[in-house]
Design a protein around this ligand. Structure first.
Ligand code: PBG
Ligand code: ZN
Length: 327
């Protein structure tokens, strides 16, 4: 059967018909809001390359969480910026570190009303800005794992629900799983940044998190954008090591990878709509070159259609508002 009997436009004739046959529905439950909290500042500081995003104080972080809870965003992922950095990234595992304090504060205020995800990495905490321990000019994988174990336990102790290692060290999921289980945190889940590509789209984040590497780049641990089979191996290894959820990042240049991974592994799968993707839309919208709302809903829906169960996005709060107005 084909034209003229078949007419695809029949089901596009009006909004209700289009809604009825819509295959992918973006929902507020799909979203995770990334938030930055900085030690030792008196007021929230706007992030120039990410309009609408802030380096929060503990108080402004709580207020932001309140707004997110009000509009129904179910989860946040927290990034901490310590007052002092050192080569070992000591602040990352400090029981009184900025993330640990933030976790306790938010838990106290919101209980079970908000899921708390922590990014587990060292680049915000190290003086050299790399994601692990540097030895002989390169990041030493296995020494870094020892630090990740300590950081994981400190984050769990402070109340994280889900720990998300983003450093792309080999064996990081296994190391963290063992550490958590050994310390009695069997029920804390791991969201593995499994297929994380080296990307220029992390630029604004590195301003926000003050985490740019002081020498070299991250290509000896993050993936080459040219590679596909490698992403499949990365995800498969993380699942074997005990990941509960896997992530593809950045989302938009890697929708093919996201679709493939969802199809192959059938795991709860997340995609990170990263800082550079946010900045591009914001910049164009500020110029009046793009309709921000329509663009964001289109992008987030496409990420979900490609296979994401969970989308980490700086647009979470705005999208939540827009989704409310729509329904
Ligand atoms: C830390 C980390 C980064 C991002 C998330 N966790 C930056 C990086 O790897 O340099 C990027 C997120 C974004 O750009 O929004 N390892
Ligand atoms: Zn890092």
């Amino acid at each position: 059967m084909s034209f003229p009997v078949v007419r695809m436009r029949r089901l596009r004739r009006n909004p209700l018909l289009r809604r009825m046959v819509q295959e992918t529905r973006l929902e507020v439950f799909d979203l995770v809001a990334p938030l930055f909290v900085k030690e030792g500042i008196a007021a929230p500081e706007p992030i120039a390359s990410m309009p609408g995003q802030y380096q929060h104080t503990l108080d402004s972080l709580v207020r932001e969480c309140e707004e997110l809870v009000e509009v129904g965003v179910p989860a946040v992922i927290l990034f901490g910026i310590p007052a002092r950095k050192d080569p070992e990234g000591s602040g990352a595992s400090d029981p009184n570190g900025i993330i640990q304090r933030a976790l306790r504060r938010i838990r106290e205020e919101f209980g079970e009303r908000l899921l708390l995800i922590t990014d587990l990495c060292m680049c915000e905490y190290t003086s050299h800005g790399h994601c692990g321990i540097v030895r002989n000019g390169t990041v030493d994988n296995d020494r870094t794992l020892d630090r990740y174990r300590e950081i994981a336990i400190s984050q769990a102790a402070a109340g994280a629900d889900i720990i998300a290692p983003s450093g792309m060290m080999d064996g990081q999921v296994q190391a963290i799983r063992e550490a958590l289980d050994g310390a009695g945190y069997q029920d804390i889940a791991i969201l593995a940044y499994a297929a994380k590509y080296a990307s220029s789209l992390y630029g604004p984040f590195r301003e926000a998190a003050e985490s740019a590497p002081k020498f070299g780049d991250r290509r000896s641990y993050q993936m080459d954008i040219a590679n596909r089979e490698e992403a499949i191996r990365e995800v498969s290894l993380d699942i074997e090591e005990g990941a509960d959820m896997v992530m593809v990042k950045p989302a938009l240049p890697n929708l093919d990878i996201l679709a493939k991974i969802k199809e192959l592994f059938r795991m709860p799968t997340a995609a990170y709509n990263v800082s550079g993707e946010y900045a591009m839309v914001k910049a164009a919208a500020q110029q009046g070159w793009l309709d921000e709302r329509a663009t964001v809903v289109e992008i987030l829906t496409a990420i979900k259609r490609a296979g994401a169960d969970v989308i980490l996005t700086y647009f979470a709060k705005d999208a939540a508002h827009w989704l409310r107005e729509r329904s």
